[in-house]
Structure formats: C-alpha cells, structure tokens
Design a protein around this ligand. Sequence first.
Ligand code: PRP
Ligand code: URA
Length: 208
Amino acid sequence: MSQVQISRHPLVQHKLTLLRRTVTEPKKFRELVRELTQFLLYEATLDLPLKDRPIETPLAPIVGKQIGVQIGLVPILRAGLGMVDPIIDLIPTAHVWHLGLYRDHATLEPVTYYNKLPPEAEVDLCLVLDPMLATGGSAIAAVDILKRWGAQQIKFLGLIAAPEGVKALTEAHPDIPIHLAALDDHLNDKAYIVPGLGDAGDRQFGTG
Ligand code: PRP
Ligand code: URA
C-alpha cells in the first residue's frame, strides 16, 4: 500500500467533513471539491521535476526554476469535472483530456462513452481525476485506456476511496500512485462508499 497517500492535512480533514454532510448544497459542495483538489494536487506534485530557468530580478540575475514536465489532466466524467479548474488555475499549461465512463447500475461495470485523448501520448505525467474510488472499476478502465494509449507516468487523484477500490486499483496497476483525502470503511450492497458522501456527480450538479 506504499503507493497510497492519504492526506493528513488538518484543513483537508476539516473540509472533507463539510463535503460529506447531507445538508451541503451543490454550490458549497463544488467549492469544497475545488479546495480539496488543490490540497491533493500540492501533495501529488511534491516530486515534480524542475529545470533551470535563468531570470533577472530587479537586483541581480539568478537561475530560477520551472516545472520540467508537461502535465495532462484526465477527468472521469462527470464527477471528475469539478477537479479540473482548480488544477488548471495552478498549472495553466496542463492539457485536459476528458474520459466519459459511467458505472452500469446492474453490473457495476464501467462503460466508456466518451474519449477525447489526442492521437499521440505527448505528455510526461497524466493525472486521473475522480472524486470517488468505489469498486475501482472506473479508475482501472481509465488507467487501462491511458496505458494502451502510451502514457508514461500516471497518478490517480481522488477524494474518498473504499478499501475495495484501492485494493483493486493497486492489484491491477501497482505502479500508479493513489492520492486521497480519505480511505473509508466499506462499500454497501449498491457499491456506494460508506460513510462516503453519496453520489459525487449528483451532489456537484444538483441531479440527485
Ligand atoms: C462515479 C464516480 C466514479 C465511479 C466510481 O461515477 O465518479 O467515476 O462512480 O465507482 P467505481 O469505482 O465502482 O467504478 P458514476 O458512474 O456515478 O458516473 P457520474 O459521475 O456520471 O455520476
Ligand atoms: N460513486 C459515487 O459517486 N459515490 C459512491 O459512493 C460510489 C460511486
């Protein structure tokens, strides 16, 4: 489980508690997803390579730093959408490639309905974005697609996971680091995360 990082930041735990509350309405829910995503991004990018960038300050020339890799964001529709803007606010050069996957309610298997990857895998690091890692089926399918496409380095960023989803994703793709705000207790008989927060897509977009 060494590839699984669960944030210990007090602000993450505080905001996650607000996010989980049944009374948190979609506007507040989206704001919290946004704030939590920026904390997770901070933790997931601590090892980003840098390259030198010579600049001049008003007082002297110095060799500064700049991010040395091209980053691609891969939000899983719908719920991953809310994690895109807070990242491109911080990394405006990131590319965004949408993947549409939904869980079939009967089989719980992921169904791919949209894929906006360009023909060539031209980035160094792909961040797969989805607030919920439940059975792991959607995340595994997304990583399968990215690997077949030729992605070199992939990380998963999610807000809440079930142990079942972490186990499945880790077994299917042991090389993929998983960054989370919380690891919850279990899945219920409809494969919802308990205690979780309900349906992350419905709660962001008010479609419950
Ligand atoms: C949710 C969530 C994940 C998936 C997780 O999406 O955003 O994509 O379920 O479940 P899994 O780990 O068991 O695959 P959902 O299928 O509800 O689609 P939506 O975002 O369009 O509501
Ligand atoms: N998808 C969600 O949005 N919530 C869950 O608990 C499980 C899957």
